[in-house]
Design a protein around this ligand. Structure first.
Ligand code: NAP
Length: 256
């Protein structure tokens, strides 16, 4: 399947895995719909994507937690952008790393609202059009955290376990249509993820990656584009990828 000219909608495209995914699809000549809250960062990714070979780029300032804004943004897309071929549900975050019984409830709500409800809102807004057109592919970002809970991360892990259940349910509910559904589940990827988790504490964030050759956002982007680029009768249900120094969400080998 050629991705040239295909409309690819990526949420959380202003940084990390989402930005790298935008550039990887750009190199295939796709048309990119890029969404996130930080318009300035999105504009930078958009111009890099055009340089990389994207056929066209359209950016949307969007908070996926805002159900009405999501519906409005998808509903108001100009005709030439409305027929989304590939949806990458990537917007997501972790907040805090504490024992559950001491956790910050605002952090929990932000994770659940973004990683679970936001993903659902975007999916609900985009997938009916795919079904109507008889064409489409949904790629969700899961995590090793979704298959094995780690200490102090119960709520983030729960959001990624929910992503996995939603991914499987969506694939079942789309059976009989040509729409494909994939979850890409990375282990440790070096992005702003830990900086966001620790509310901007750079020292604490840097420690997460100490002594580990982590995945890069480009490693993950490559898998997403590969899954989207399979022949139309092939559905990649799930890809789990980790750094070699990571066995699962609990076990790492750190070089000292
Ligand atoms: P990142 O560098 O912090 O990027 C997160 C992206 O999500 C940003 O573009 C951010 O954009 C966007 N975002 C966050 N909240 C949003 C909201 N309410 N509405 C719209 N966009 C929002 O983190 P990342 O590592 O690339 O994470 C991307 C995805 O991969 C997440 O789903 C994460 O759970 C998953 N993942 C990450 C890792 C890892 O180790 N890094 C491992 C497994 C899975 P704005 O702030 O501009 O809105």
């Amino acid at each position: 399947m050629s991705l040239k000219g295909k409309i690819v909608f990526i949420t959380g495209a202003s940084a990390g895995i989402g930005a790298a995914t935008a550039l990887a699809f750009a190199a295939e000549g796709a048309r990119l719909l890029l969404a996130a809250r930080r318009a300035g960062k999105l504009a930078e990714v958009a111009s890099a994507a055009l340089e990389r070979g994207a056929e066209a780029v359209h950016t949307i300032s969007l908070d996926v937690r805002d159900r009405q804004a999501v519906q409005q943004a998808i509903g108001a897309l100009p005709a030439e952008w409305a027929k989304i071929d590939v949806l990458v549900n990537n917007a997501g975050l972790s907040r805090g790393l504490e024992k559950l019984y001491q956790g910050n409830v605002e952090d929990w709500e932000e994770m659940i609202d973004t990683n679970v409800k936001g993903l659902l809102y975007v999916t609900r807004a985009v997938v009916p059009g795919m079904v109507e057109r008889g064409r489409g592919h949904v790629v969700n970002l899961g995590s090793t955290a979704g298959e094995l809970t780690y200490p102090n991360g119960a709520v983030y892990c729960a959001t990624k376990a929910a992503e996995r259940a939603i991914n499987d349910g969506l694939r079942q509910d789309l059976l009989g249509t040509p729409i494909r559904v994939t979850t890409v589940d990375p282990g440790m990827v070096e992005t702003d993820f830990s900086l966001v988790r620790f509310h901007g504490d750079q020292q604490r964030a840097a420690k997460v990656y100490q002594g580990i050759h982590a995945l890069t956002p480009e490693d993950v982007a490559e898998v997403i584009v590969w899954a989207a680029n399979r022949p139309e009768h092939v559905n990649i249900a799930r890809v789990l990828l980790t750094p070699v120094q990571q066995a699962n969400s609990l076990l790492f080998h750190r070089e000292s």
